[in-house]
Design a protein around this ligand. Sequence first.
Ligand code: AMP
Ligand code: GLY
Length: 422
Amino acid sequence: MNLLLIGSGGREHALAWKLSQSSQVGRIFVAPGNGGTATTAKCENVAIADSDLSGLLAFAQTHVIDLTVVGPEVPLVAGIVDLFQTAGLRIFGPVQSAAQLEGSKAFSKAFMQRHQIPTGWARVYSDFEEAADFVHSLDALPVLKASGLAAGKGVVLPASQDEAVEVLRQMLVERSFGAASATVLVEERLTGPEVSVLAFCDGKNIALMPPAQDHKRLLTGDRGPNTGGMGAFAPSPQATPAFLEEVESSVLRPAIDGMAAEGTPYVGVLYAGLMLTADGLRVLEFNCRFGDPETQVILPLLESDLVDLLLACIDGRLDEVTPIWQAGAAATVVLASGGYPGHYATGKEIHDIAKAEAAGSTVFQAGTALTDGRLLTSGGRVLAVTGLGEDLPAAARQAYAGLAHIAFDGAVWRTDIARKSV
Ligand code: AMP
Ligand code: GLY
């Protein structure tokens, strides 16, 4: 089979790495890919942006692609699955109406309320004055969320009512996220540890992946600004078997049944972002795809052929295929460019990934480009070094042992990945 993989981050390098191990796979075209997918076995980058839906369709048709796998949310929310299906092509991911679970936080919140899925209260506003009045009426500070896609920057936890009103003004009046902030949620602020549970879904059946946790803050000790994720680990010790049963019965099962009942069956990966509050489990968000950097710890634990699982989802027979997961744990540590998530330099040469891999780690690249045979930084999060081990401390030791070999000018990383759990 020939595959088309869409996206360019660490998640997509991990997907390419795992898909390339399948004996069913011939070639994998990665659009647009990165420096890692440029040199992964069976892979070849093609210069088509993940938002260029018609360009991607034309490529899949002319290159006789048997299966397309979509990494990021933007093409899913834009309807790439509908487009490919109409053209008779096989593609893994939810159709546009199902991808609304991530693409519209207003839809997602109302859906959870309709189906009694536990989540914080929220009110939806498109009028600034009304939203500001509501914030003033509250005793506690809320969370403010742009309803649409905002590249992970649309959630704000204001430190005062004045700041909350100012954020609402930026979102609703100045449209700081364009159309994505024309509608805003004012949501109950919850506290507690966070866990992500991802599941393969075929429209009616679900298969859970090992629960993961990511580290969003830039600096060791959970200090500094929020980022796209500085590391992750799985399985999360927060997620006991009883907790996972509850996630399945009170969140994932009702979500899949609810989407089917509403005429928009959910096929793809459903990602539930969860918080364990003093009052019990709450859903913070749904995502319609694999997580980044969660994928860099989840896929190395998967023993089964990923292609089998993706095809079973597309064909509605996930009940016939059980994913096999390795015992033990995985941890991944992100190396970022100095200055990220603010301004940072690019074009720094990256050295000695091969040494990290020889030492037993797996290196997934994100913001890298292979230019004239040199591997250069091209983004904020540059790469993620994954280690496996019999438990989380061993996995973290392996990740850091690999990381110690890799160097580029200005690299920053956290020294406590997977340690908040132990
Ligand atoms: P989301 O994109 O909705 O997951 O939000 C991103 C991050 O914002 C989450 O991982 C949480 O750390 C935080 N967050 C989201 N919703 C809430 C909430 N209701 N209360 C507290 N923190 C939240
Ligand atoms: N790691 C968070 C996400 O993928 O949305």
